[in-house]
Design a protein around this ligand. Structure first.
Ligand SMILES: [Fe+2]
Length: 143
């Protein structure tokens, strides 16, 4: 696929991951509430910053950046969450979703390399690295 197309999937996945993390920040419960609530606050904020940066990289390619629920629903590989899982299951679901974000960022990265978009490629490498770190923390919290 072309970089503009794989980047749109990476944007939709990043947005879906952001939204689910914010949802869980609001609705998590249990004896570790304060710790989880704060952890999720930092996580959704970090991912939120990336949404704008990915969208603007897509515009740099002269493609339009998707920004509606219906387009994100079509594009994302992340399952929507309609229930309120237990705290541990929330963190496990985010760990699974984080791997999906890494997968779509990696596909976009490979296309950026193919199309010799060095700046976008560097940006995507950094996003992958940050999500690897998010994965470590999510796994550490659920052991
Ligand atoms: Fe909050």
């Amino acid at each position: 696929m072309a970089l503009a197309d794989t980047a749109k999937v990476a944007l939709a996945d990043t947005f879906a991951f952001y939204l689910k993390t914010h949802n869980f920040h609001w609705n998590i419960e249990g004896p570790n509430f304060a710790q989880y609530h704060d952890f999720l606050n930092e996580l959704y904020n970090e991912v939120w910053q990336a949404v704008d940066a990915i969208a603007e990289h897509i515009r740099t390619l002269d493609a339009y950046a998707p920004g509606s629920f219906s387009r994100y629903k079509e594009l994302t590989t992340i399952e929507d969450e309609l229930k309120i899982p237990t705290s541990i299951n929330m963190l496990k679901k985010l760990e699974t979703d984080n791997q999906k974000v890494i997968a779509s960022l990696t596909e976009a990265y490979q296309d950026a390399e193919k199309e010799k978009k060095v700046g976008f490629s560097n940006f995507l490498q950094d996003r992958i690295d940050i999500h690897e770190k998010h994965g470590w923390m999510l796994r550490a919290l659920t052991k």
